[in-house]
Design a protein around this ligand. Structure first.
Ligand SMILES: [Zn+2]
Ligand SMILES: [Zn+2]
Length: 224
């Protein structure tokens, strides 16, 4: 898979800008908090359809607003800070188990930041994410070459009846997953992500002396 030119650099740039903005918001809205924040270490796959899409995200980050600031004050301050930094801002309310919660949402360059405040606690919640971007060009899958063939099978062995010498899982061709319309990818039901053939475990051949009666049934020539 070849990288999409410039994509990783662009995603990293967006991730850094997002992180800086979140840190700035937390410092201002919840001064002195150690929100354990924004990780954003490596981008995560968020869409497993080809080409895979990656994003940086930070969530679960919280801080305490100052004692003299109410939920609405903090929300208004968040909106003003985001607006000043060039973010398109919307403010809405959501229901948090019966109590209204103010949600300030900022959008810029495909990135989203959300700040949540409520009246009954001084906790402020911060989260953010970059857009999901394809980092690698999709590449057509080529099944691997067989590990063994009729010409290279070891003396005293037969080609594995399950994979016919492929060595890799016959169903998925060694990827461990299969394409799926809904989820993008599903674990291979043939090998359960082990990738190699479950019968020969990748050897591609089986010792004739160790074949069970059942397995010998696959090789009528042995019984002649
Ligand atoms: Zn096999
Ligand atoms: Zn498989």
């Amino acid at each position: 898979m070849g990288p999409v030119p410039g994509a990783r650099e662009e995603l990293d740039r967006l991730g850094r800008a997002l992180r800086e903005q979140l840190v700035e918001l937390i410092d201002d809205l919840a001064p002195g908090s150690d929100p354990g924040l924004p990780l954003l270490d490596t981008p995560q796959v968020v869409d497993w359809h080809e080409p895979l899409r990656y994003r940086y995200s930070a969530s679960g980050s919280t801080g305490k607003r100052p004692a003299n600031a109410g939920a609405a004050d903090s929300a208004a301050r968040a909106a003003a800070l985001l607006h000043a930094a060039g973010w398109a801002v919307t403010t809405s309310q959501e229901d948090a188990k019966g109590t209204p919660r103010i949600v300030v949402t900022g959008r810029r360059d495909g990135c989203t930041i959300e700040i949540r405040t409520v009246d009954h606690t001084s906790t402020v919640w911060f989260s953010g994410q970059t857009p999901a971007m394809a980092l690698y060009e999709p590449e057509e899958f080529r099944r691997p070459e067989p590990v063994r063939t009729a010409e290279t099978v070891t003396a005293g062995f037969v080609l594995c009846y399950e994979c016919e010498g492929l060595g890799w899982c016959y169903d998925c061709g060694g990827r461990g997953w299969l394409p799926d319309e809904t989820r993008g990818r599903v674990n291979c039901p043939g090998c359960h992500r082990r990738r190699v053939c479950v019968i020969c475990r990748g050897d591609a051949e089986l010792a004739v002396s160790e074949l069970s009666t059942y397995q010998r049934g696959y090789y009528p020539e042995l019984n002649e």
